[in-house]
Design a protein around this ligand. Structure first.
Ligand code: BT5
Length: 327
């Protein structure tokens, strides 16, 4: 009911939809519509009531909306779930792994405990952001799970670029527009008795946040698709396109074991190759020039004081501007 109501409201956005029209479309009473709207408002979603009808405050994706565009064989076709609010889609997967099939996609309008890398927080306010986890249980024994972050970043870069915006990848897992972070990727592997059972790929995308919707500490480093396009952003198509491109890269990589198709995008669209940056590793800092991305997915850099070349592993480091600010 909620999903179909949102789908109908979204289709008419920004126009209000009369309750009678919704009753007919959803085959239910006006009282049931009012009850559903109250339930959604109680979650924090903003739905305006006018004499002329109901109106979403900002566009909202929905399962029926995504399915209109979905053109995948596996991802999202085996299982596509949408939570209105959840602690974290990643945490849900790890707590329910045995009941979730390979290729399932979990989405959430809001996360109360969204996670980034190394215990960092991911802000996902209700109705404004996209939180998505993909569950992988079938993989070639020879593939390198560590490369999946870059596979995902490349797929996301390609999907986001369809907006016409200049989208760059900040190795290993950030997507930037005009040097501000619009999306992030989190890959987690789950082992049982040292045997890889599953990999969960998480992506968070900022869709319709205004600058004040971001926590103060990330005001100057975060952006949303609505801020960049200067208009409300409809995400159904983006989600379907991302899943299609992800599926293409993933299936291709499982068969060929060749990471070049996605690594070449990470290199070509890199925000850091050729730049001088500071590598932060725990308490240590080191100024380097970024030379490239190796076939292993590691970052090739040259230390600016010793001139020594070295590779960096994504799980261990973060990159910053030499003055410490976000790149
Ligand atoms: C990431 O980590 O960028 C990975 C984000 C993955 C989120 C998805 S949502 C679905 C799935 N379920 C989860 O619980 N997580 C995944 P990292 O590179 O560590 O970046 C985290 C840092 O980005 C924070 O410390 C903030 O500085 C900043 N940040 C937090 N929220 C942000 C936002 N909405 N937009 C831009 N930057 C943000």
């Amino acid at each position: 009911m909620h999903s179909h109501l949102i789908f109908q409201l979204n289709k008419q956005f920004p126009n209000p939809v009369p309750t009678e029209t919704l009753s007919q479309q959803l085959n239910c009473s006006a009282a049931e519509i009012t009850e559903a709207v109250e339930e959604l408002r109680a979650l924090g979603l903003v739905i305006h009531s006018y004499n002329s009808g109901l109106q979403l405050a900002s566009p909202l994706y929905s399962l029926p909306g995504i399915k209109t565009y979905l053109d995948t064989k596996i991802f999202g076709t085996q299982g596509l779930y949408l939570f209105e609010t959840i602690d974290s889609t990643h945490t849900y997967v790890s707590n329910n792994l045995s009941t979730i099939d390979h290729g399932s996609v979990l989405l959430a309008y809001s996360q109360t405990a969204g996670r980034g890398r190394r215990g960092r927080k991911w802000s996902s306010p209700i109705g404004k952001s996209l939180s998505l986890s993909i569950v992988l249980k079938e993989f070639s024994a020879q593939m390198k799970p560590t490369l999946l972050t870059q596979l995902t970043a490349a797929a996301l870069q390609q999907a986001l670029s369809e907006t016409g915006l200049p989208v760059a990848i900040k190795w290993p897992n950030d997507l930037l527009i005009n040097r501000r972070k619009v999306a992030g990727v989190l890959t987690e592997a789950m082992f049982e008795r040292q045997v890889l059972q599953a990999i969960t790929i998480g992506i968070g995308i900022n869709l319709n946040q205004s600058q004040t919707d971001f926590p103060t500490e990330i005001h100057t480093k975060a952006t949303s698709l609505a801020l960049e396009t200067e208009s409300p952003f409809f995400a159904d198509k983006l989600i379907a396109q991302f899943l299609k491109i992800f599926e293409h890269f993933y299936q291709d990589y499982q068969q060929s074991l060749d990471p070049e198709p996605f690594l070449s995008i990470c290199r070509q669209e890199s925000a850091v190759i050729g730049e001088s940056v500071t590598v932060v590793q725990g308490d240590k800092r080191r100024d380097v020039e970024v030379l490239g991305i190796e076939a292993t997915g590691e970052l090739l850099v040259r230390d600016l004081s010793s001139q020594e070349q070295m590779t960096l592993i994504s799980s261990e480091v973060s990159l910053r501007n030499p003055d410490g600010s976000y790149i």
